[in-house]
Ligand binder design. Structure first.
Ligand SMILES: *Cc1c(COP(=O)(O)O)cnc(C)c1O
Length: 422
């Protein structure tokens, strides 16, 4: 682009009329991004929750390079390849027991679309058609029409509301009100004959980093099981160590019927997603009758280069030191957030695993469009911190190679922002 020329790129979740100049990033390494103007920026949100082991991790980069020279794309209907086979086999060993099949796609949203189609296909094919989906208040499952339908309604999707399908929503399990959630779920299961319940385990991400305890997750799973309602765990964000365990469901000893993983699946290097399911869901589609086929694909299903990156990520997770480091990051995060627990400028100071969040007290009550949001972001940017608050909710979700010094810089920035902006 020539100097002074206006970019014609339409960026995601960006109000171009308010957005200042875009920061151009030229290089990433570990927890750092390097801008074209030579600034070093700490990536405190893992580039939208995807980068787990750090930017340009050499083992993942090496696997990508090697695969790119060998086989970079192949139709995945009627053909298979070693990187996909290895990823599937390793995933099934790591994922909660009871998940038996792996379906590949290329984003978190598509992995959820696939989960919903699997659930409806299951009921359709066993001759007991069901289509109602039960969801949790404040949840986020993606930006496609189907995933918006099962996510929270609001400013993000009001223009598309006429196209969204109707769902049953149970309240978020606020501390002290968990039983209301469980009762609502049980009532929905009893009265509405739903096909499935979909939920983000332990942390609702885009809904505001809302956290709830493992026992609630376990109870919700138990209720679904008791009523024969498929339980879909959307671990697109919570997977890959974020909540302190490889998958959030582990903490509740929960085996979902269907699980969605993406974001950190390739360590944050390439787009790839998987939807895992129990054998009976696969079996309901297994037939000499071609009308029972699972009719879903994307052009780049199980792209070999993305699979090689995922395979390299899975290799890294075999390393005990990398697993142990999660507890180390969680401990550093606790240390970082602790100073705010008695700080009157903030509310709901919280942490689950490696993720911390806190809500800045603001006069206009907060929410995603709280006027303080863009101001916070600008302040953090001036401190060379990549933080992107959800309204007045500030959260820190770093790559696992973050250092105590980096975190100190991040939390000092958050404290200073509150001084300037609260
Ligand atoms: C990010 C996210 C998605 C959507 O993933 P994309 O790759 O952005 O399509 C779905 N579910 C959850 C819980 C997410 O955090």
């Amino acid at each position: 682009m020539m100097p002074g020329e206006k970019s014609r790129i339409w960026h995601p979740f960006t109000q171009h009329a308010l957005q200042g100049a875009m920061t151009k990033i030229v290089r990433g390494e570990g927890a750092y991004l390097y801008a074209a103007d030579d600034r070093r920026i700490i990536d405190a949100i893992a580039s939208w929750w995807v980068v787990t082991h750090g930017h340009c991790h050499p083992h993942i980069v090496g696997a990508i390079q090697k695969q790119a020279e060998q086989l970079n794309q192949i139709i995945f209907a009627g053909y298979t390849h070693e990187p996909a086979e290895e990823v599937a086999a390793q995933l099934l060993k790591l994922a909660p027991r009871g998940l038996d099949y792996v379906f590949f796609s290329d984003s978190g949203s598509t992995s959820v679309e696939v989960a919903l189609k699997m659930a409806l296909g299951y009921w359709h094919n066993i001759g007991e058609p069901r289509s109602r989906i039960v969801v949790m208040q404040h949840s986020y499952h993606g930006d496609t029409i189907g995933t918006m339908s099962v996510g929270a309604r609001g400013v993000f999707n009001s223009a598309y509301e006429p196209l969204l399908f109707d769902v049953t929503s149970v309240p978020f399990p606020e501390c002290g009100h968990e039983q209301e959630t469980l009762d609502a779920l049980e009532a929905a299961c009893r009265n509405e004959n739903p096909a499935a319940f979909i939920v983000e385990p332990l942390i609702l991400g885009a809904g505001g980093m809302l956290m709830y305890p493992a026992w609630v997750l376990r109870e919700m799973r138990r209720i679904c099981q008791a009523w024969g309602v498929l339980f879909i765990a959307d671990e697109v964000m919570t997977g890959w160590g974020r909540t302190g365990t490889l998958f959030a469901c582990e903490q509740a000893e929960v085996s979902p019927d269907i699980a969605c993983y993406s974001k950190g699946l390739t360590g944050g290097s390439l787009p790839l997603a998987v939807t895992l399911c129990r054998a009976d869901i696969f079996d309901a589609h297994y037939s000499k009758d071609r009308t029972r086929t699972f009719f879903h694909s994307s052009s780049y299903t199980a792209n070999p280069i993305a699979c090689a990156a995922a395979k390299a990520n899975l290799d890294l997770w075999q390393d005990q030191a990398i697993r142990n480091n999660i507890a180390g990051v969680a401990a550093m995060q606790e240390k970082g957030i602790a100073r705010f627990r008695a700080d009157a400028r903030f509310r709901n100071v919280r942490r689950t695993g490696t993720i911390t969040a806190l809500d800045l007290e603001v006069a206009d009550g907060g929410g995603y469009l709280a006027s303080v949001g863009p101001k916070l972001q600008a302040f953090f940017s001036s401190r060379n911190l990549l933080l992107r608050p959800l309204g007045n909710t500030i959260y820190v979700m770093p790559p696992y190679c973050v250092t105590a010094a980096d975190l100190n810089e991040i939390y000092t920035g958050i404290s200073d922002a509150a001084d300037v902006l609260a």
